[in-house]
Structure formats: C-alpha cells, structure tokens
Design a protein around this ligand. Structure first.
Ligand SMILES: Cc1cc2nc3c(=O)[nH]c(=O)nc-3n(C[C@H](O)[C@H](O)[C@H](O)COP(=O)(O)OP(=O)(O)OC[C@H]3O[C@@H](n4cnc5c(N)ncnc54)[C@H](O)[C@@H]3O)c2cc1C
Length: 405
C-alpha cells in the first residue's frame, strides 16, 4: 500500500471525490482517495440528483450557479459521463405565509440573475400536468433548476482523479487521523499507516466519528432521507419541471418514465454511526415506507399520482445536517492540515463540483476563492449544544428545506 501522500482524502462520495479531483490538478502533488467501502458507493449514488438554485443567501446562489455550469461541462472537464436534464422546477406555496417567502425568494433570485417568475396555479398545471392547481396559493417557476443521474458524480470524479494519478484505495477503513503537536502527520488505516501533512475528512455520515477519533469536534447529525421511484407513467416526459411543495417538504421529478419523489420528514430519524458497527453499509439502512405514504396523503390534492403510482424502487441514504443548514467546509481549529468537506444538509451532491474546487484551492493557496466563512467549522466554536438541542435545530433545518415558515 502507498505509504505517503501530499494530501489524503477520507471518503470517496461526491464531496471527497470532487476535492481529490481538483487537488490532482496541481502538478507534483500526490493525492490518495480512501474509502472504507467501494468508491462512491454510499449516500451519493442514492440521492435524488436535483439542483435547486433558489437559496437563502447570495453566497449560496452564486455557488450553485457555478455548480450548474460545472454539471453542464462535467463530461468535457472529466471525460466521464453525466446525464443531466435542464427541466426547471415549480416551487409551490399552499399557505399565505409560504407565499410571502416566495416573494423574498423571487426578489433575491432576480437580483442574482436567476430565471424566476410567479405563475398562476393553472399555468403551473399546464407546465406539469401531474401538479393539480387545487390548494395552490402561489407558484414560482425556477428556470435554472435541473437534475442529473446521482450515481455518476462521485464515481466520475474518482475515475477522473485516478486518470490524473490520484491513488484510489477502496475497502480501506481509516481508523484515525494522526496529529502530533497540533499538526496532521497522516492516517492510520486498517491496512497500515499513510503519512501526509493534509487530511480531508469527507466521510459523509461518518465525518463526526472520524474527527472525534482524533479529538476534533464537529456538530453534525447523520439523518435518514429516502425516496421512491415509480413505475413508468403515461405522460411523464424527462423535461417536465420538478415540483417542490414547500410546507409538506415533498419533491418530485421525472425519472426513467416514472416519477422520483421524496419528503423531508417531519420527525427525521437520526443515527449514531458508531452504534451501527464498523461494517455498516448505507444500503442496509432501515427504510420506512409509511413516511412516504403519509407524505403522499398530505399532497394528494396537488400530486394525486403519488398515492396511486406503483413503486419500482425505494431507497435511502444518510446525509448530514447542521444546526444552521450550512455546509461544513475548510480547516478545523487546533489541527493544522485537517480539513472538512461535509455537512451536506441534503444538498451536497449538486454543489460538490464547486465545493471540491473551492476546498482544493483553499488547501493549496491558504484561502478560499470567495469568502466561505458561513461554512467554516469555526462558526461553532462558541456553541455548546447538548445532543438533543443539536438534533432539534437540525430537524428544523431538515423539515424546512424549501423555506416554509
Ligand atoms: C434520498 C436522498 C435524496 C437526496 N437528494 C439530493 C439532491 O437532490 N441534491 C443534492 O445535492 N443532494 C441530495 N442528497 C444529498 C446527497 O446525497 C449528499 O449531500 C451527498 O451525497 C454527500 O456526499 P458525501 O461525499 O458527503 O457522502 P457519501 O457519499 O456518503 O461519501 C462518504 C464516504 O466516506 C466513506 N467513509 C466514511 N468513513 C470512512 C472511514 N473511516 N474510512 C474511509 N472511508 C470512510 C464512506 O464509505 C463513503 O463512501 C440526497 C440524499 C438522499 C439520501
């Protein structure tokens, strides 16, 4: 096994693989990408693959616009396939208070150059006939939104990184990040030690566990998220706009002639990854179809098809939530050379090309390309949540993903 590298990336999901890929662009800089499972096999390929451009801050809109460009040029850039569809989406408010939120979103989106406008419930129905106008108070059309095949991103970045001489180490468990006198010296894996001054903790649901094994705290909550893909349905076209029902936190998009849909559940299930055992694989996460059935009932007036469509696939993964809904990216306090790429808040796949490039530049140049302080783990330094407070905040962020109040 390789015994030394300039940078060691732990976790080959979208965030780790993208970081390794962009790090590999520097000449004479060796990178190793390690995963305890197969490359890109955990939460990343189980996502919905949607890109939502209307965000709560100018910073996030700027970053996701850049990610859209990188998704469009992914194949040109990496030489790897990525199937994507520029469908746009419809964000639906069923309550006046959520319609107020849409007004703010519209103003911010326009100021940031997004293709957004308000349309009537009937116009929304004409754009996507599966969405019925009943009970719709306000509809916002978001022309920039798109979706892609989630299974292609992490694997694509990892293959492209390997083609640029990154060493891939699948099925290699990192047991500890080694730190001496406040500086990273490498990692201890189940197969031996790799020395190196820079380590990126991109371990997804296990990020906190990896950091805590070296005495570094990061307030992340691994959270269940699952979705259904239906059997093909008459009338589904790949370019039908995606639908997001704000207060129900339900989303749907076309997928292989059927619909892919899911919900940010009211009472999310959190996991302590430690208690699941060292060999736990995300594919074995317990699923609960009742959560989806109840969500389908909640939106039966707007998306009646969800109650009747036959289920073709039911799957889930374990994204990580933070108390403020922002990602965790950049250096860790107290350990020179220790970086995070995590805290995906169920939106890490779509933004991974941009965050991977930003983190690589942060590592190489000592600063990020734009001010990313809202993502710095330093923001938590003066917070001391109990686990239950952290989970309460994280649950709120999770359920309110579409900005409902
Ligand atoms: C149902 C669902 C729908 C979603 N929809 C969307 C969406 O529409 N848009 C979007 O942007 N995002 C979406 N997401 C979120 C998205 O999947 C995540 O943000 C993204 O995949 C996070 O990538 P990651 O690299 O952090 O994690 P992962 O893909 O889980 O990768 C982490 C890797 O670290 C490895 N690892 C962990 N511990 C160790 C260790 N000790 N040693 C070595 N390796 C280790 C793991 O094996 C794993 O491969 C969705 C998620 C789910 C589950």
């Amino acid at each position: 096994m390789i015994s030394k590298a300039d940078a060691i990336v732990i976790g080959s999901g979208a965030l780790g693989a993208a970081t390794a890929y962009y790090l590999s662009k520097r000449k004479d800089f060796s990178v190793v990408l390690i995963d305890k499972h197969d490359i890109g096999s955990q939460t990343s390929p189980r996502a919905a693959g949607m890109v939502s451009c209307v965000r709560k801050s100018d910073l996030m809109i700027g970053l996701i616009k850049d990610a859209c460009r990188k998704i469009e040029t992914f194949t040109e850039e990496t030489g790897q396939p990525l199937d994507w569809v520029h469908s746009g989406s419809l964000r639906i408010a069923r309550r006046p208070q959520d319609a107020e939120v849409i007004k703010d979103d519209l103003e911010r989106g326009r100021r940031m150059g997004l293709d957004v406008d308000l349309i009537s419930p009937e116009q929304a129905h004409r754009l996507n006939p599966f969405l019925k106008p009943t009970g719709v108070v306000t509809a916002m059309r978001i022309g920039d939104d798109r979706y892609f095949d989630p299974a292609q991103v992490a694997v694509g970045f990892a293959r492209a990184a390997a083609a640029q001489s990154v060493t891939l180490l699948p099925k290699t468990d990192v047991l500890a990040v080694n730190i001496t006198a406040g500086k990273v010296t490498g990692v201890t894996t189940a197969k031996g030690i790799i020395e190196g001054p820079i380590v990126v903790d991109a371990a997804g649901a296990w990020t906190r566990q990896v950091a805590e094994a070296s005495g570094i705290g990061v307030p992340l909550v691994p959270t269940r998220q699952h979705l259904i893909i239906t059997e093909p349905l008459d009338g589904v076209r790949a370019d039908l706009p995606m639908v997001q029902i704000m207060d129900a936190a339900v989303y749907a998009r076309p997928c292989h002639g059927g619909l892919l849909w899911g919900v940010y559940e009211e009472t999310p299930q959190f996991f302590d990854m430690q208690s699941l055992g060292a060999s736990f694989d995300v594919k074995d996460m317990p699923l609960d179809i009742e959560v989806l059935r109840s969500a389908a009932t909640d939106v039966k007036d707007q998306l009646p098809v969800l109650e009747t469509a036959q289920v073709r696939e039911f799957r889930g993964g374990i994204p990580t939530m933070t108390a403020d809904g922002h990602h965790v990216l950049g250096p860790a306090p107290g350990a020179t050379g220790f970086y995070f790429a995590s805290g995906c808040n169920v939106a890490g796949l779509s933004i991974s090309p941009t965050l991977g490039e930003a983190l690589a530049s942060w590592i190489m140049l000592g600063k990020p390309p734009v001010d990313l302080s809202p993502m710095s783990v330093m923001r938590f330094q003066n917070q001391s949540w109990s686990e239950s407070q952290l989970q309460k905040e994280a649950a709120w962020q999770y359920r309110h993903f579409y900005g409902a109040v």
